[in-house]
Design a protein around this ligand. Structure first.
Ligand code: ATR
Length: 292
């Protein structure tokens, strides 16, 4: 833990609940490693109190906060400015306080691409990705892929929700039309048969601790070995989907790197440090994982 002094700059994370967040140990380990006089603290903020909490950033002089479930879509209405990315997504995971002027950004999409970059798995422009799920993380992932010229198919249990995400992102930015299919075996088998599909990303919570015996309805025989399979879940480190993909010969990645990189981009925005200590942050998250 960093030593808290009269000069310490405060950042933190808002969630409801927030107790399982791995972000405090991750950021505090980075402050420690760099000898920065900063501290990162958790705040449990009820959704109906977000407006008061935003006023509190200014009143208390916090340098910024991360925002997590279920507040990411509530926060934008209370800020002074949004980055174009946050505007497109209608969601904010990072608030930056510049002398009382509050800007909202979303670092999830950049975190996702940086994680893929670690695995040398960023698709070439013109290729296609299949994204399972249509929630907040799916939006960030789809938007980031479209920014680098990758076409996207969204597969979701609730097709209307997938269509809403597609409509929103298509009207907000450029790129190929987003295709939408139901999340079932027939549709997935059909979509994954296209050789132009090089990436499959699970953004649903299916398979997450404590329900690790579950798996999204992807037929394992549809997983070609040339597919890169990313699961945003990091607990457990190997979901059933990733295990199935590996046994089919696919390269895989779990969500730990994305978590670390989205945090690293927020860390840089607040502190100005351009190369945060990624491996120290990763180690701190791993040590803090609640696997009970
Ligand atoms: P996040 O912000 O992490 O993306 P979210 O917005 O709650 O979380 O989205 C969760 C996603 O997981 C949704 O796409 C949800 O599907 P629906 O839109 O049909 O609700 C998906 N999901 C959750 N449980 C699921 C299940 N048992 N089977 C299939 N999809 C599921």
């Amino acid at each position: 833990m960093p030593q808290i002094r009269g000069t310490t700059q405060i950042v933190g994370v808002w969630g409801w609940p927030v107790r399982h967040s791995a972000s405090p140990p991750m950021h505090n380990a980075a402050f420690d490693a760099l000898g920065l006089d900063w501290a990162y603290v958790p705040f449990a903020v009820a959704p109906e109190r977000v407006g008061e909490a935003v006023a509190g950033i200014r009143a208390l002089g916090l340098r910024g906060v991360n925002v997590t479930v279920p507040l990411k879509e509530i926060v934008p209405a209370y800020l002074d400015a949004l980055t174009p990315r946050a505007q497109r997504l209608g969601a904010v995971n990072t608030i930056i306080n510049n002398d009382g002027h509050l800007t909202g950004d979303s670092t999830d999409g950049r975190g996702f691409l940086a994680a893929l970059g670690e695995a040398s798995a960023i698709p070439e422009g013109g290729k296609r990705a299949v994204v399972l799920g249509a929630g907040g993380s799916a939006r960030a992932v789809v938007d980031a892929l479209r920014e680098i010229g990758v076409a996207v198919t969204i597969a979701n249990r609730t097709i209307d929700r997938a269509q809403e995400v597609a409509d929103r992102l298509q009207s907000a930015g450029e790129g190929e039309p987003i295709t939408v299919v139901p999340l079932n075996e027939t549709a997935l088998r059909d979509v994954l048969a296209d050789e132009n599909v090089v990436l499959l990303v699970n953004t649903t919570s299916v398979g997450m601790h404590p329900r690790e015996t579950e798996m999204p309805t992807v037929p394992p025989d549809a997983l070609r070995s040339s597919l890169f399979v990313s699961d945003l879940i990091y607990n457990p480190p190997q979901t059933r989907l990733l295990a199935a993909a590996q046994s089919r010969g696919c390269q895989t990645q779990n969500g730990l790197s994305m978590l670390v990189w989205q945090g690293a981009f927020a860390f840089s925005a607040w502190t100005g440090v351009t190369d945060p200590p990624i491996e120290i942050m990763r180690g701190a998250v791993l040590a803090a994982l609640d696997t009970s």
